[in-house]
Design a protein around this ligand. Structure first.
Ligand SMILES: [Fe+2]
Length: 574
């Protein structure tokens, strides 16, 4: 108050810039006075508040915007927290609201607590939504978050709600998930939605459960239908999907844009290096014809309002945290200065206040619980007494979507075998988080892999290793190598390891520099493609095989799971 009145000196003054006011859409020439970590004053009458103890940044000709907020993302891997925050800080992102689904799936409540420890005392703000852990795996379900654990988490300021709940599970009446939703609403926090593909009465039934947002629309029509139902929408432009271009039809529909945010839903190391983080998303929106102030609102105040943290962040106004980016002009989203909590944390892309490197506890470095080494025989599918069998295959129809397919296959030496010449190879899921020793092997068609094998611990919605291979010996070697690495992704062929990355923290996080991680992922993709893999992101294809988020024949260590009728199904029929 005294700084605003000119009775005390500001710590930091950013003078003569054009300030984007996200509350009324105006851009006006003004100075911003900062005391401690908060903004004290925005205007032209800085009075005596600029004194000897005030650091002054002259922003003449430049534009001041609020620091970006990523409202839906996944930053609990494959990089460490300091790896991603370095890029966030450099590009002008001062708040991240993230899911913790990887750690939540592998380690349950303990994983979430450990992630919360990693985001403490960082130069920028990180909040979480608690992963409900919607899973097809009975083992993961058994260790998933309980209502009592959620209650404890929701009391924390750094926890903004319940993370994305898939609509299928809500509608099928999953009791644990419904109880989590009820508890979250009771505590006045947000239930994040995921209504991919839902419409009509099903969508309305899902919304009536208490879900408040959706980040899955892929067309303008889907956006409109959801906004009409009162949902808040986050448009994705990130690692898994990019929808901004398709959605850009609504760029001038102001009423709808008020209920819209742009987010990443996860961003790959490669993308951070080549394009940056939220600054890339905002720039792309502007390039697609969204009005610059609109694009900035969609990456700042709109998100803050949705999560009810707009009293603190999201705009440049008195009382708000001093989270500000200075950019050359409204159409050039390239941060020259980034101020977070009143401190200059980055200048011209150089990070001045590096993120804290978190020391993950010992328990997180020990999550590959396999009792013994694997051999080729562990991936055998015995079918004694048959010469022929009708087999249910996973048919990989896109990089992510699978269907079921029935095919007559010969039984050789009492076993079902892979046949790479017909693009039919083995797929196995091995429980590794809780040492149950459970595993299941089936067959998959459409991956393209002609030889060798790939195995990964970096999978969605359960704590399994997923391994695929044209050769069982290579599958065993890949899994055994993963055990040595304490988690990771490994490709083997002809008895050699061709590419790998260690993910020793929880089996999903590397502590190496983000640039090294990007290199290794690139190498893995190139190697997989060299062995015939058709997917543009083979790691992601494998990662999503156990996920109930994507249709429709999935696999986990308990067997094949049909999402259409929500139950496990047999590998062979008749
Ligand atoms: Fe997500």
């Amino acid at each position: 108050m005294r700084v605003a009145l000119g009775e005390a000196e500001a710590d930091l003054a950013i003078v003569n810039g054009s300030v984007v006011n996200v509350y009324n859409g105006e851009v006006e020439k003004a100075s911003v006075l900062i005391k401690g970590n908060r903004i004290a004053y925005v205007g032209s009458d800085t009075g005596k508040a600029i004194g000897q103890s005030t650091r002054v940044i002259n922003a003449n000709g430049k534009t001041l915007i609020p620091g970006f907020i990523d409202g839906h993302t996944h930053i609990d891997g494959p990089y460490s927290i300091s790896g991603i925050l370095k890029y966030a800080i450099a590009g002008g992102t001062t708040t991240i609201i993230t899911e913790v689904s990887d750690l939540g799936s592998v380690l349950g409540y303990e994983g979430i607590i450990q992630f919360l420890a990693s985001i403490k005392k960082q130069p920028v703000k990180v909040f979480i939504t608690v992963p409900p852990v919607v899973t097809i795996s009975p083992v993961t379900e058994e260790h998933a978050i309980t209502v009592e654990q959620l209650r404890r988490l929701l009391r924390r300021k750094d926890v903004l709600g319940l993370g994305e709940v898939y609509w299928g599970d809500v509608l099928s009446g999953n009791r644990r998930i419904l109880d989590l939703i009820t508890e979250t609403i009771k505590q006045g926090k947000k239930v994040e939605g995921h209504s991919a593909g839902a419409s009509g009465a099903k969508l309305q039934a899902y919304v009536s459960s208490g879900v408040s947002s959706c980040h899955e629309p892929i067309t303008a029509e889907e956006v409109r239908e959801r906004v009409r139902l009162g949902l808040f929408i986050l448009i994705r432009e990130g690692a898994v999907r990019r929808e901004l271009e398709a959605i850009s039809q609504i760029k001038d529909d102001d009423a709808v844009l008020n209920r819209l945010a742009i987010s990443t839903d996860g961003v790959a190391p490669e993308q951070l290096i080549s394009g940056g983080y939220m600054e890339f998303v905002v720039q792309k929106a502007i390039n697609l014809g969204f009005k610059p102030v609109r694009a900035i609102q969609m990456a700042t105040v709109n998100v803050a309002r949705h999560f009810a943290i707009d009293d603190d962040i999201g705009g440049i106004a008195p009382g708000k945290y001093a989270d500000i980016a200075i950019i050359p002009d409204l159409k050039t989203v390239k941060a020259e200065y980034v101020i977070s909590n009143g401190r200059v944390v980055s200048q011209n892309g150089q990070v001045l206040v590096p993120p804290r490197k978190h020391r993950y506890p010992r328990s997180l470095w020990d999550t590959i619980h396999l009792a013994r080494d694997f051999t080729a025989d562990d991936f055998a599918i015995p079918l004694e007494g048959h010469r022929q069998a009708k087999v249910r295959l996973i048919n990989q129809v896109t990089d992510l979507v699978t269907r079921q397919e029935f095919i007559d296959m010969p039984v050789t030496d009492g076993r079902l075998k892979a046949d790479a010449s017909k693009d039919i190879i083995k797929v196995a899921a091995i429980e590794r988080a809780y040492g149950t020793g459970k595993s299941f092997t089936g067959l998959i068609r459409g991956l393209g892999l002609k030889k060798g094998a790939m195995a990964t611990t970096d999978v969605w919605d359960c704590g399994d290793i997923i391994a695929v291979g044209a050769d069982e010996t290579d599958m065993a070697q890949a899994v055994n190598r993963i055990k040595e690495l304490r988690g990771g992704i490994v490709i083997c062929a002809g008895g050699s390891i061709l590419a790998e990355i260690a993910l020793p923290v929880a089996g999903t996080i590397s502590t190496e520099p983000l640039e090294t991680i990007a290199d290794k992922f690139r190498r893995i993709q190139q190697t997989a493609a060299g062995l015939g893999a058709k997917s543009n992101n083979f790691g992601l294809t494998l990662a999503t095989l156990p996920s109930p988020a994507i249709p429709f024949l999935r696999i986990c260590s308990s067997g094949l799971f049909n999402l259409k009728n929500n139950r496990f199904v047999e590998l062979t029929v008749g």
